[in-house]
Design a protein around this ligand. Structure first.
Ligand code: ZN
Length: 302
């Protein structure tokens, strides 16, 4: 809901950033709300001094969260919301944001940032639609497991923060560039580790960006359509298709282990449980360790 008084208050706050920067140095920090801990890790990397609130726990399904009063309170005072986007948070973030009476953080405004809007998306233009239960009708939103896309997101986030808080623009840009350098330095090692990976079955199409980045085959998904649980027949079909091959089955802690275990028994493959998100306190280094963990598991060493 639009509230001109609060909008004015936020404009005043941003204006104060500038004033304080001139007379007393930067004394205020950006108030940032990140929807997930991967987005939180980027915020900590680009703006370590920001006051950060992360809305979702790392073991929660971002497709399925519900708007809560604590989210609305955090959004009310935010200068910037950093979301994954591409409708990943569509079931709860718009509801929480519109209840927060803070128009500066609504989509289209300077205070709203989507990672997925900064990078090319996969799974765009498919035939499955929301009516069939597909939760990826706007393309695959899970860009955060691709470290290279995350460097592009960090650069764009640095630019956005530079506009919101120009006194610290140089720092934001420099921090984003450091993160990009750190990822670039790790890519050859990850690529080497994954060179012989036989392939992966995922529960949901949530790690496809990581697999695609390093050329690891996605052998199948437990869900027939993103967001739709498998039937016994779906699992039998998948097992029939994969019999005789080698691979690993990976699912998130909140995804039912039943289908993965059944398929694992049928195929003689190992089944691994891995969080999709880094720990809630992760910074850039924590994000890189999270990718390390995924890479090791896919390579068969985790
Ligand atoms: Zn999804």
């Amino acid at each position: 809901m639009f509230n001109p008084r609060l909008s004015k208050r936020n404009s005043m706050k941003l204006w104060l950033f500038g004033l304080l920067a001139i007379f007393a140095g930067p004394a205020l920090s950006l108030d940032v709300v990140a929807t997930s801990s991967s987005m939180g890790a980027l915020v900590r990397t680009v703006a370590p001094a920001a006051n950060l609130t992360v809305l979702a726990e790392p073991d929660q399904d971002l497709h399925m969260l519900q708007a809560k009063p604590s989210m609305i309170r955090a959004l009310r005072g935010a200068d910037l919301v950093v979301a994954v986007g591409a409708e990943l948070e569509v079931g709860w973030l718009p509801a929480a944001s519109s209840s927060a009476a803070n128009p500066g953080i609504l989509p289209g405004r300077e205070g709203y940032f989507e990672a997925a809007a900064q990078v090319p998306l996969l799974d765009v233009g498919g035939t499955a639609d929301r009516a069939r239960g597909d939760v990826h009708p706007a393309g695959n939103p899970h860009v955060d497991l691709d470290p290279v896309r995350m460097t592009q997101v960090a650069t764009a986030l640095g630019e956005r923060m530079a506009r919101l808080d120009s006194a610290n623009a140089t720092k934001y840009r420099r921090n984003a560039a450091h993160f990009a350098d750190a990822v670039e330095g790790r890519v050859p090692g990850w690529q080497a580790q994954l060179a012989d990976a036989p392939g992966v079955v995922l529960y949901h199409r949530d790690a496809v960006y990581l697999l695609e980045r390093f050329g690891v085959p996605l052998l199948g998904t437990i869900e027939p359509i993103p967001g739709v649980p498998p039937s016994g027949r779906d699992l039998r079909n998948l097992a029939g298709k994969l019999r005789g091959r080698d691979g690993v089955i990976i699912h998130a802690p909140y995804q039912s282990p039943k289908g993965p275990r059944k398929l694992g028994r049928e195929l003689g493959w190992s089944v691994k449980t891995l969080p999709l998100e880094p720990p809630v306190s992760a910074d850039g280094d924590g994000y890189l360790r999270h990718i390390d963990r995924w890479v090791s598991t896919i390579a068969g060493a985790g």
